[in-house]
Design a protein around this ligand. Structure first.
Ligand code: GAL
Length: 668
């Protein structure tokens, strides 16, 4: 288990560094991540490399037995480089240059930038290869942050032409596959194909995007691939210079422009940046954050690190709420429970200057260790006691949600209904399931489904015959599937496939969707095996054919028709949910579905606001119970457990204080 902090020695006088290292070690912090924005200090002028200051930081790391994650510093290209080669800058969709003054001001397709990146990374790798304290390298910082995956510059334009040519071979094929007959958009050559930037018909105020959906989807894929290639170049350079420790990159839960399922294959482990208090509220950590942890674990189906873990109040121009006492500990446990075996707190000390003056860290601006320092120190000491469990146990899930970047991109461009939000649908379904005390993986369609009892495909629209075949096989072998509205109806070119909805999944669902209603915010009443519920956003109007109807609409002209069905096959069942519900509605529906499909859940009942994650080392079970409420919580237990943190046996009722955590085991 790694327990550390993101450190920026370049922001502080050198005579303070020894104090920082001493305080870190006293708090039990054993790792620093450094240098992701330090290009202008390492190469202050072209070709002049200065490693002296960084060497002195590394010497302190050695003398304090501090492990180091060293970063390639390409997230902040220096001014001398940008002045010499302004063509490196990105251009936005209006053709404006995204200039100097913050960070990430480079285009992934700039050959010039790639060359300069190679140079600095080679120099760093040569200098630090084999350093005993470096346990990992991080590439750059948050590829895609500040909407920088998609760029509209000349380099991207010619790279896009080449990308399309490779894919479609001849231009007639592209015109046909992408449907350029519409509005007579036939392209005479690959070189003439545009980047889908802002166009005459776009109207952001009304959410109108007018480009050809197929071309737009290809542009999203191309942009994501461009980052992939740039990242691969960095990995190659490091490996070529003898770097043999793991390489990672810090992902983000709230970035959607970069296909992390592809990118993950370059890294030995995934890390991500977790800031629960940006969306502070009693259930924020239980919703998106919990979903994001499961998503991160799913990219490699492996434990991960939190490379930047919230350690205080956050903010740039204004600040978000201050974490309540106990919340940093709680969020740390939440990360660990979901699979983090590395926690690096962002940041050691808030800056006295620069954009992030208000982004707090473990210390305060005055460098004095106070409440947050003490909370993190105590949390670290506790985690050390759990180390064996954290390292020796796994999160095993009977349920998976199938996620897809193609669908994210397609749904976001054409939203179907005013408030349709693919990510929100996914995490609402995820929360509904995990609220039942059920572990839930978030994976993509390449996953081995045989590990699961239930696969859930929310709004899985861009799909294929092959997906249907894979699901059929899974069902024949006893697996169960949930498919929702807006699934099965588009092909890989983002064309509507013209099949009766749910298209590729029509046979396995055993229904026909004969009409639909994009209801937006309007509510539609339904009743079901889970009782009366409310739907919004989208309502499919269904001919249930021979399937079992599990619920019907009570409103609108489709009152009395099914909104939910079950098609039972000899192996398993396929459930179709035709309308979007809220978290509570999905929760009640999934209570029924998971009972019918024999999904394993936490053996004791759950309480609203209290999260459980069950881990196993295949002989014993460890249940992390986390109270996200600011009031005490009482949890009725099914039997006696050993509570590991307090080292005592608890039977009947577990009481957790506000933001309290318990780790229960049945190990005797
Ligand atoms: C992260 C980023 C950090 C820092 C932090 C606070 O997304 O990786 O460099 O900017 O946010 O804004």
């Amino acid at each position: 288990m790694v327990f550390g902090t993101d450190y920026y020695p370049e922001h502080w006088p050198e005579d303070r560094w020894p104090t920082d290292f001493r305080l870190m070690r006293e708090a039990g912090l054993d790792t620093i991540r450094i240098a992701e924005f330090a290009w202008s200090l390492i190469e202050p002028r072209e070709g002049i490399f200065d490693f002296d200051w960084l060497d002195r930081v590394m010497s302190l790391a050695v003398s304090h037995s501090m492990k180091v994650v060293l970063c390639t510093p390409t997230a902040a290209p220096p001014k001398w480089l940008m002045d010499k080669h302004p063509e490196i800058y990105q251009k936005d969709e209006f053709g404006h240059v995204r200039g100097f003054g913050s960070r990430r001001h480079y285009c992934f397709n700039s050959e010039i930038f790639r060359e300069y990146s190679r140079k600095i990374i080679s120099e760093m790798a040569k200098h630090y290869s084999g350093h005993p304290n470096i346990i990992a390298w991080q590439l750059d910082n948050e590829f895609g942050c500040h909407n920088t995956v998609r760029c509209y510059c000349e380099d991207c334009s010619s790279a896009f032409s080449k990308w399309l040519k490779k894919k479609y071979i001849n231009i007639d094929n592209l015109n046909e596959k992408l449907g350029m007959a519409f509005w007579g958009q036939h392209y005479p050559s690959f070189e003439s194909v545009i980047l889908p930037a802002h166009t005459t018909c776009d109207n952001k105020a009304f959410g109108m995007n007018a480009h050809n959906p197929g071309l737009y989807l290809d542009f999203c894929r191309f942009s994501s691939d461009s980052v992939y290639d740039y990242s691969a170049m960095q990995v190659d350079v490091l490996r070529a210079h003898g770097i043999d420790v793991p390489i990672t990159h810090n992902f983000m839960g709230s970035f959607f422009d970069l296909d992390y399922y592809k990118l993950q294959d370059q890294f030995e482990f995934i890390s991500w940046d977790c800031y629960p208090n940006i969306a502070h509220g009693p259930f924020s950590t239980l919703s998106e954050v919990s979903y994001n942890h499961d998503k991160m674990r799913g990219y490699k189906n492996k434990k991960f690190w939190v490379m930047e873990h919230c350690s205080g109040q956050n903010g740039w121009n204004y600040m978000h709420e201050t974490p309540n006492p106990g919340e940093i500990r709680l969020w740390t446990y939440q990360s660990v429970a979901h699979g983090a075996d590395g926690i690096i707190y962002f940041r050691w000390r808030p800056c006295l200057f620069g954009t992030e003056q208000y982004w707090h860290g473990i210390l305060d601006h005055d460098g004095i260790p106070r409440k947050r320092y003490k909370e993190i120190k105590a949390t670290g000491a506790e985690l050390r006691k759990l180390e064996e469990i954290i390292e020796g146990s796994e999160i095993v899930s009977d349920v998976c949600i199938i996620n897809s970047f193609d669908n994210e991109w397609s749904h976001t461009y054409q939203k179907h209904s005013e408030n349709f939000n693919y990510n929100r649908i996914l995490y609402t379904v995820h929360n509904a399931i995990t609220d039942l005390g059920i572990n839930c993986d978030v994976v993509d369609m390449n996953v081995d489904l045989t590990n699961y009892k239930l696969a859930v495909l929310p709004a899985y629209n861009i799909s294929s015959e092959a997906d249907a075949v894979k699901l059929s096989k899974f069902i024949n072998e006893g697996g169960n599937v949930v498919i929702t509205f807006r699934s099965g109806n588009r092909d890989e070119y983002n064309r509507i496939n013209g099949l009766t909805i749910p298209g590729y999944f029509r046979d396995i669902c055993g229904i026909d969707v004969i009409n639909y209603d994009a209801v937006g915010d309007h509510k539609r009443k339904v009743t079901s095996v889970a009782g009366p519920l409310e739907a919004d956003t989208w309502c499919d109007i269904i001919d249930g054919k021979d399937s079992t109807v599990m619920g019907e609409y009570l409103d609108a002209f489709y009152r009395g028709t099914p909104f939910m069905t079950r098609n039972s096959a000899p192996g398993g069942s396929v459930y179709y949910i035709g309308a979007h519900l809220d978290r509570d509605g999905y929760n009640r529906i999934f209570r029924q579905i998971t009972l019918e499909t024999d999904v394993t859940r936490c053996p004791f009942g759950t309480v609203k606001g209290v999260e459980t994650v069950t881990r196993t080392d295949f002989s014993s079970t460890y249940i992390f119970v986390m109270n996200h409420l600011d009031t005490p919580a009482y949890i009725s237990l099914d039997k006696e457990y050993m509570e590991i943190l307090g080292e005592k046996n608890i039977s009947e009722v577990l009481r957790l204080g506000p933001y309290g955590v318990a780790v229960l085991t049945d190990k005797v």
